[in-house]
Design a protein around this ligand. Structure first.
Ligand SMILES: NC(=O)c1ccc[n+]([C@@H]2O[C@H](COP(=O)([O-])OP(=O)(O)OC[C@H]3O[C@@H](n4cnc5c(N)ncnc54)[C@H](OP(=O)(O)O)[C@@H]3O)[C@@H](O)[C@H]2O)c1
Length: 310
């Protein structure tokens, strides 16, 4: 059972609405106002179920490319912390389903905007609907695989547009408002390829390195205004993107999808692929109140696959 409190820690009576989420209860005073739930007043919890309060209940997040995979994991984890969402993807059907499921599970406001986030028109639509945004998670599909001899100028421009210039444009639009309000969080989903190049993903290696350089400089210019920008670097995670990459390997090797997966899995010290849920949990922490001193970092989530000391 959870008792609601006001800012002074006093238990609030006659609270109008209590909604059961998947992992906790959310206490809403109105459609926009949601109360903090300090864990010390959580009564009768099962042993081992205490959770850290991330301090972001009632914040508003824009999570790009979030109907599936890692973006969806981030959307789910933020919603579980009481954050209201604007979700985006190109395909309306999967997006609506994901938004409905998250709304039902966590009792937060979820608005879905079907649009291509890598186009100017798509971004404008998403930003118009999103309005005030406290938390921005940038994401888009990754560039296609190939060989270093395959790519021409247009291929690089498309990759730069999707995986470097789109997140930069989103930050340029939304960070000024966060600075004005004195609080903001940005998490960019990039790739393990930033730390350790992936031979068949030269377009990704290049575009994401560019974004990483931009974040390294920009994050240090806005941290003093309460806006914290970091990057999350996924190694291999069990998503549709991983299936597509494994299918490419299987085709090239003349093997099965299972064999390609087993081969890749054997290169990961954790012995498995990551999950969108654990990726989302890391994202939610970087978006939390507690992440205010983590500035311009590149957090690798790869099960130990990159063999490096730092
Ligand atoms: N999974 C991994 O192992 C892994 C590893 C390293 C890096 N990454 C990178 O992480 C990112 C997410 O990967 P994922 O595995 O989550 O991919 P995923 O499972 O294929 O999901 C991609 C999501 O993004 C949406 N999306 C794609 N392009 C979009 C666009 N232009 N505008 C709006 N929404 C878009 C998709 O919906 P629609 O198709 O309907 O738009 C879908 O919801 C990618 O950039 C990927 O390269 C993934």
């Amino acid at each position: 059972m959870i008792a609601p409190v006001n800012d002074k820690g006093t238990v609030k009576k006659n609270f109008p609405q209590v909604r059961a989420g998947r992992r906790s209860l959310r206490l809403f005073a109105s459609s926009r106002e949601c109360y903090q739930i300090p864990r010390q007043i959580i009564i009768g919890q099962d042993k081992g179920e205490r959770r850290m309060d991330l301090g972001i209940v009632g914040r508003r997040a824009l999570v790009c490319a979030s109907s599936k995979g890692l973006g969806r994991g981030c959307a789910e984890a933020l919603a579980a912390e009481g954050v209201h969402l604007v979700m985006n993807a190109r395909g309306a059907e999967a997006l609506t389903q994901a938004a409905d499921a998250i709304r039902a599970a966590h009792g937060v406001e979820v608005t879905a905007v079907a649009a291509d986030i890598t186009t100017e028109v798509g971004r404008a639509r998403v930003l118009e609907v999103a309005g005030t945004v406290d938390i921005l998670v940038t994401n888009a599909g990754g560039p296609p695989p190939g060989l270093w001899t395959d790519w021409e100028r247009d291929d690089f421009i498309a990759a730069l547009d999707a995986n470097m210039l789109t997140p930069i444009a989103l930050m340029k639009t939304l960070v000024p408002g966060m600075i004005e309000r004195g609080w903001g969080r940005v998490v960019n989903i990039t790739s393990q390829s930033v730390k350790s190049p992936i031979p068949v993903l030269g377009l990704s290696n290049s575009a994401r390195a560019g974004l990483t350089g931009y974040v390294a400089g920009t994050s240090r210019q806005v941290a003093g205004k309460g806006v914290i920008i970091n990057n999350l670097l996924p190694g291999i995670h069990a998503t549709a993107r991983a299936d597509a990459l494994d299918a490419g390997v299987a085709k090239a090797d003349g093997s099965s999808l299972e064999a390609a997966r087993a081969k890749r899995q054997a290169t990961i010290p954790a012995g498995r692929y990551g999950t969108a849920e654990e990726f989302g949990a890391a994202c939610a922490f970087l978006c939390s109140q507690h992440a205010g001193f983590i500035v311009g970092q590149n957090l690798l989530l790869d099960g130990g696959a990159v063999n490096a000391t730092l």
